[in-house]
Design a protein around this ligand. Sequence first.
Ligand code: BES
Ligand code: MN
Ligand code: MN
Length: 491
Amino acid sequence: MNKVFAVEFWDEKACDVRSTGPHKGAKSSVMANKILAVDHYLESHRNAFEAQLLKLLRIPSVSAQPEHAADTRRAAEFVRDDLIAMGVPAELIEFKSGHPIVYGERLDAPGKPTLLVYGHYDVQPADKVRDGWRTEPFEPVVEHGNVYARGATDDKGQMLTHLKAAEAWLKTAGKLPVNVKFLIEGEEEVGGANLEAFVAANTAKLACDYAVISDTSQFAPGMPAICYGLKGLAYFELRVRGANRDLHSGTYGGAVQNPLNALCSILNSIKGPDGRVRIAGFYDKVKDLEAWERAEFAKLPFSEGEFATELGGDVLAGEQGYTTLERKGGRPTFDIHGLWGGYSGPGPKTVLPCQAGAKFSFRLVPDQDHKEIGRLVRQHIEANCPPGVSWELDEMHGAPAVLVTVKGSPGVDAAVQAITTSFGTPPLFIREGGSIPVVGLIKSHLKVDTLLLGWGQNDDNLHGPNEKFSLADFHRGIRASAHLLAELGKD
Ligand code: BES
Ligand code: MN
Ligand code: MN
C-alpha cells in the first residue's frame, strides 16, 4: 500500500533496492565498498550524533527574540564549527542586522553534480509555563526513542542529518561523492529579508544541479514521504481605531462605532460558512487540483475519524467539496492567529474600546501571488469596513507556494532509492500545508527544484509545546542523506 504514489510516477524497478542496473565492474565495487564504510561509520557514531544533536538543542536560538541574539549566533557558530571539523570550509556571512548565514562548500568532485543543502538553525519561541511544556524547551530530554526540545524536528534535528551524512563520507572516503554547498540560515522562523538578498546577489556562488531540504514530515510513522508541494503564505496585521479614548459602553454604546465590533465584522466577512474565502479575485490564480492528484490523495492511507480523534474529537471543518487531505495540502486557507482590544481580565468591564487589532494569514497554493493577495485584502477591507473607524494594514511576511516536478527528475529518482534503502520502504508523494520561503528563491534565482525529504512526523508539535523528533528517524534520515550523495554521484 505504500507504493500507491510511486507507481504513478515511475516504474517499479526504480523503487527496488536490489536492481542497481547493469554491473559496471571494478568501479561499482569500489563505490559499494565506500558505501559499506559509510554505513559502518553511521552505525558506530549513533551516540556521538545524538550527543551533538542534544548540544545544539541546548542553544536557545530563538531568532524572533532580541534577548536571544547571542544564543542565535552561538547556534550559527556551532554549525560552522561542525562543518569545519568534518572538513568542509565554512564561514559566517554577516548582515547589518539580523542573524548570520552559515555557508560552507566542498567542491572536490570534478565532473560530478553539485548539491545545495539548505537548513535553518533558528527556532520558534518557547516558554515552559506559558506554552505548557512538560519539560524545559531548551533542556532536551530523550524519552521513548524521541528527543523532546524546541527545534528538535524544526529544523535542528532534520538539518543535522545532512551534516552527519557528509561527515561520514569525509571521514571514510576522504571526500564527498558529489560537490556540496551548505546554506544554513538563522532567520527562517521570522521571514527575514537577508536570505533573499543573499541568494539574489550570489546566484553564481550558489549554482547547483539539485537542492535538498529536510524540514517537512513523513506521511505517518514508517511511511517516509517526498513532499512535492508546499503552500505559500500571506501574513497580515490589521489595526482598527475609533474614538480618541476608551468610553463607557452605556453612555456611548450604539452611537459610537466600536473598533472591536468593526474588526470582527471585517474578519467575519473574509470567509463564508462554506469555508470559502470571499475576497474578490482570491481564487482567480488558484491552480485547481488535477483529477489524478485527487485520485492519489484518495488512495493515501488516511482516516478522517482517527485524525479527528487524535486532535480531541469533533474539530474538523473546511472548504466544502474537498477532503481533509485536499484541504490541508492543496487548497488555500484563511486563519486568524491573534486578536486584541478591550478588556479580557477577570470580571466584567463595560468598556467601548478605542482600538483593536488582529493578526491573520492566508496559506496560498500555486499560482497565487502573496503581493497580489495583499492588494486584494486591502480592497476587501476598504469595501467591508463599517463606518466610524480608521484602519491600518501591515503586510508581514510572504512566501510563494511551490510545486516540485517529480516525474522524470533524476534527483527524485536518486532520493527514492536513498529513502528506500534507509527506511526499508519507498516514499509516498505528498503535499504539505507549511511554507518554506527558500524553496521559491531556489526556484526563481537558481532555476532548480528542491528535493523536500521530510524526516519529521505530523505530531512532532513543531511550533508547539513538547516538540519532538524520533531518534530512529534521525538516524534513518542521516543514512538516507548519505545514500543520496552516493546516488547523485553515480555515473
Ligand atoms: N518547517 C516549517 C515549514 C513546514 C511546516 C513545512 C510543516 C511542512 C510542514 C518552517 O520552519 C516554518 O515554520 N515555516 C513557516 C513560514 C515562515 C515564513 C515563518 C510556516 O509554515 O508557518
Ligand atoms: Mn522549518
Ligand atoms: Mn518552523
